[in-house]
Design a binder for this molecule. Structure first.
Ligand code: PEP
Length: 250
């Protein structure tokens, strides 16, 4: 039985004081995250210390949205896994489509980051997903299989520690959600790809759906057999809607 995991991706939003206020509201709305669902907030780097303090005594996990794969060195502007761990971070989003699109992230760098995150004891949330053009030209399956295979290469023995988020790029921040049937089809493809890499652990990997998930569609999506939670952008910035999605995941 896989535990449902609902994570908020706050993106480049919230000053530290605003993050603390939103977390206080999320704590109230989710019974401090003690609700049968794994609840996580992935905040901007600058809000991590305030968020860690605001989360103290709750069951809500703290995540970051990116990291570098090297432990230290001349990488101006970058943040390492150990730096995150030292601040109390437990999860890290890797390979979000916005990073692939705007910051030239590749399957190769996602793979390097994944290995570094696992080595540091962080729980990685690895994002995969096709663009609209790729879907419309019949390339969706190839893209998903390539991303899963290359992003997770060499990490087969650690599959159960990895969370995957299927985020169709055309559904992110657009208000367009994949139907639960479309999403389940891709989640099953992801699990089948994992099974080819490590049959013993594929069933243990949690696969979140992300892309305009909101209270109205969350229950239908998470009821599907291979959809084990959600990665939530816009709706995670409002405590009531984030909590309603968590509720739908029970
Ligand atoms: C995301 O960026 O991870 C995301 C799912 O965004 P949204 O929910 O706003 O579509």
């Amino acid at each position: 039985m896989r535990k449902t995991i609902v994570a908020g991706n706050w993106k480049m939003n919230k000053l530290p004081s605003e993050a603390a206020a939103l977390i206080a509201d999320i704590r109230k709305a989710t019974n401090d995250g003690d609700c049968g669902v794994e609840v996580v907030v992935c905040v901007p780097f600058t809000a991590i210390p305030a968020a860690a303090e605001a989360l103290e005594g709750s069951s809500i996990g703290l995540g970051a949205q990116n990291m570098h794969w090297k432990a230290s060195g001349a990488y101006t502007g970058e943040i390492s896994a150990d730096m995150l761990k030292d601040l109390g971070v437990q999860y890290v989003i890797l390979g979000h489509s916005e990073r692939r699109q705007y910051f030239a992230e590749t399957d190769e760098t996602v793979n390097l980051k994944l290995k570094a995150a696992l080595a540091a004891g962080l729980t990685p949330i690895v994002c995969v997903g096709e663009t609209l053009e790729e879907r419309e030209t019949g390339k969706m399956q190839d893209v998903i299989v390539r991303q899963v295979t290359e992003d997770l290469a060499g990490c087969q023995e650690d599959f159960e520690k990895i969370v995957i988020a299927y985020e169709p790029v055309w559904a992110i921040g657009t208000g367009k959600t994949a139907t639960s049937t479309q999403a389940q089809e891709v989640h099953a493809l992801i699990r089948a790809t994992l099974a080819k890499m490590n049959p013993a652990q594929a069933e243990k990997v949690r696969i979140q759906y992300g892309g305009s998930m909101k209270p109205e569609n969350a229950g239908d999506l998470m009821a599907k057999p291979d959809i084990d939670g959600g990665l939530i952008g816009g709706a995670a910035l409002v405590a009531a809607s984030f909590a309603a999605i968590v509720e739908a995941g029970k």
